[in-house]
Design a binder for this molecule. Structure first.
Ligand code: SF4
Length: 77
């Protein structure tokens, strides 16, 4: 695979469920206001981060290819 993903969390919609932290420990952390932050802005493409994005109840997590910016998740309709 070898792709790098740029990870963003839209904190205007994050409800602090913590599910992303459960899915991908080390990739996300909650701040004292229970808002999620990516631990690193760019990560190697991996199943755990994808599962975190898919599992977010409010679709606050966006993944894009780090080089081109092409959106990986959420999928376009
Ligand atoms: S799973 Fe979504 S709503 Fe829950 S803490 Fe992570 S980004 Fe926020």
């Amino acid at each position: 695979m070898g792709d790098r993903w740029h990870v963003e969390v839209d904190r205007s919609v994050c409800i602090g469920s913590g599910m992303c932290v459960n899915h991908a420990p080390g990739a996300f952390r909650l701040d004292s206001a229970r808002q999620s932050h990516p631990d690193e802005p760019d990560v190697d493409a991996n199943e755990k981060v994808l599962a975190a994005a898919e599992g977010c109840p409010v679709e606050a997590i966006t993944l894009a290819l780090a080089d081109s910016g092409e959106v990986v998740f959420p999928p376009e309709d």
